[in-house]
Design a protein around this ligand. Sequence first.
Ligand SMILES: Nc1nc2c(c(=O)[nH]1)N[C@H]1C(S)=C(S)[C@@H](COP(=O)(O)OP(=O)(O)OC[C@H]3O[C@@H](n4cnc5c(=O)[nH]c(N)nc54)[C@H](O)[C@@H]3O)O[C@H]1N2
Ligand SMILES: Nc1nc2c(c(=O)[nH]1)N[C@H]1C(S)=C(S)[C@@H](COP(=O)(O)OP(=O)(O)OC[C@H]3O[C@@H](n4cnc5c(=O)[nH]c(N)nc54)[C@H](O)[C@@H]3O)O[C@H]1N2
Ligand code: SF4
Ligand SMILES: [Mo]
Length: 677
Amino acid sequence: MSQRTVHAACPHDCPDTCAIRVTVEGERIVRIQGDPDHPPTHGALCTKVSRYAERVDHAERVLTPLRRVGPKGAGQFEPVGWDEALGDIAARLAAIAARDPEAIVPYSYAGTMGLVQGESMAARFFHRLGASLLDRTICSAAGGAALQATYGGKVGMHLEHFAESQLILIWGSHSIASNLHFWTFAQAAKRAGAKLIAIDPRRTETAEKCHQHIALLPGTDGALALGLMHELIAHDWLDHDYLARHVDGWPALRERALQWPPERAAAECGLTADEVRGLARDYGLTRPAAIRLNYGMQRVRGGGNAVRLIALLPCLTGAWRHRAGGLLLSSSGWFKAVRNDAALQRPDLLGTRRPRTINMSTIGDDLLRPASPDFGPKIEALVVYNSNPVAVAPESPKVVAGFRREDLFTVVLEHFLTDTADHADYVLPATTQLEHWDVHTSYGHTYALVNEPALSPRGQARSNCEIFRQLAARMGYREPCFADDDIALCHQAFTDAIDFQQLRAQGWQKLGVPEAPFADGGFPTPSGKACAEGAGVPLPDHVPNYESVASSPMLARRYPLAMISPPARHFLNSSFVNVKSLRDIEGEPIVEIHPDDAAARGLADGQGVQVVNDRGVYHCTARISPRARPGVVNGLGVWWRKFGRNGTNVNELTHQRLTDLGAAPAFYDCLVDVRPL
Ligand SMILES: Nc1nc2c(c(=O)[nH]1)N[C@H]1C(S)=C(S)[C@@H](COP(=O)(O)OP(=O)(O)OC[C@H]3O[C@@H](n4cnc5c(=O)[nH]c(N)nc54)[C@H](O)[C@@H]3O)O[C@H]1N2
Ligand SMILES: Nc1nc2c(c(=O)[nH]1)N[C@H]1C(S)=C(S)[C@@H](COP(=O)(O)OP(=O)(O)OC[C@H]3O[C@@H](n4cnc5c(=O)[nH]c(N)nc54)[C@H](O)[C@@H]3O)O[C@H]1N2
Ligand code: SF4
Ligand SMILES: [Mo]
């Protein structure tokens, strides 16, 4: 049989959004390779996606609709035909909608980042229904709001230009794990003489390979940024012309920064004053200097303010003047000009209705809330797609209790029986990226991509869009938009600036973003200036954690260790945990603890431990390791609960309090203690 190669895109929630070439022979996967012509991908995929065939053709893939037969949450199902499943689901949703459609809540995130299999037909369906809206805050909302306030959008440097930087601060990013293709450009810079500095509480493989590692306490980045500003001012390492012409609110920020001498910042951050001074000197005197900020540092109470302060650093030094200077947290805002979200999602189908919005990050509390004038109706039905909230949402004891409610009707579109699918009344088999059409943008580079199906749907799987199209038909929705097929949706996703035929021919297309976008100001804010302080935008400040030894000393007496829970390198959030070869690399759920903290607790390496706080108990294995700094433990995530020693994962311990900006979770703002099992 002859072989065929198609252009695909990695669907996962990763800034790299690789262009992929999939070679198949009939319905058999022959090869999955990075596209050598796509500059960010340059032919390489990460370990996870190189092994994608193991995920697509996994023995445990859900390949027929399933109906619950056991108790809620037990994961016991029987196969059922599509007609029966869709008929029953439509009838159940219609009955709830007849009382109050807002009692129905869609729950989705970035299982696929595709514009089509993400929020297109699904959004149309829920808009037509009048269901509650979902605020998708779980990952990047604090940093996103901060970029919006500071730059006027989620915009920044080009990925490729980091190769020409002379100094790169890798700030709150384990690039080798979660931004691998950036790391390649950083390596090129290093070979050309650049200095790399990691700013991260954890001594990651990335931090190890940098020239310097600044291991600050979690949630103290805002204080560090203020301390750096203090030094930039004190030594006059400022670009006065840039500040005068392109920054709003500089005099007030200057006053605030002058209150943060290096000693004060260092005390707050758990660093030495010399570390703060040295970092400021490097940043103040090296040209061009770039910051690769990432979302790890904004998963704390003050994450939004911290991002605002850091995002102002290149405005103080004028680093933006050079294309290899400035900052990149997200590039997704550059796609605003070419996206056609309203055409895909059709918010007009709401008519005059204005449903309430549920914040996905407080789903634990919200599932347990009774009806009230403030909250609206009790949640009676959840339709989950592209997400695994039982594993990934904060404070799992509450999330699980909510999902176990006997009076909650839950439908989960999935590839696998995840912790969330185990709690479903119906599980519907979804296609993977190799079996459906999609188009993609990126938050780490500036190329649009297409994904052509390489395979027919496995088993009875259907694409998310097909499932919502069929549900819409059964609900009696007759608007023409419910007849659009997946290819038609791909066409509608972009404005004419992206030529779909050309996209198909090459697999990707670069956006027209200026080389050095803010060399002469021109930020997409109302004033065109970067904003330190302005109308409705207060001056940023260091906002201490909800939970830390310094900010909550009473709590810290019982739970003296700060816990962060960044992802294990071979998983992608909770995706891939069930791929055995990847799980074997990670081994088992662990908590990294510094030798001194382990000794104080009489813990041995490899010993079973309970990680505890008032919210829950998480059993895992202690790894005594210099990757953990004193006072901070690293509970790597996000394991499936069912692979955990006591059927929990690290989110058993996290809380649902929200960040200062963006109403996001503060996963890494969490006190615990570690005790022998
Ligand atoms: N392999 C792999 N790749 C991934 C993911 C994955 O799960 N696995 N997830 C994807 C997703 S959804 C996202 S959002 C991104 C996440 O990737 P990043 O945006 O890089 O965020 P995290 O991995 O959460 O954290 C990055 C680093 O920040 C550090 N950190 C934690 N707290 C703080 C702090 O207070 N200050 C500072 N300075 N650093 C801190 C952590 O120790 C970690 O090493 O990666 C994507 N790529
Ligand atoms: N403690 C702690 N918790 C965290 C984090 C952390 O660092 N620490 N990270 C947080 C972050 S950054 C994020 S982004 C969230 C991520 O949370 P989620 O967006 O829920 O991401 P995943 O865990 O990868 O789950 C995605 C699910 O979607 C499914 N899926 C993939 N493609 C498709 C498709 O085409 N159709 C359907 N129907 N399903 C599909 C996958 O099988 C997978 O089970 O987790 C957050 N939770
Ligand atoms: S997960 Fe990231 S690095 Fe891996 S293939 Fe996908 S986009 Fe590329
Ligand atoms: Mo994320």
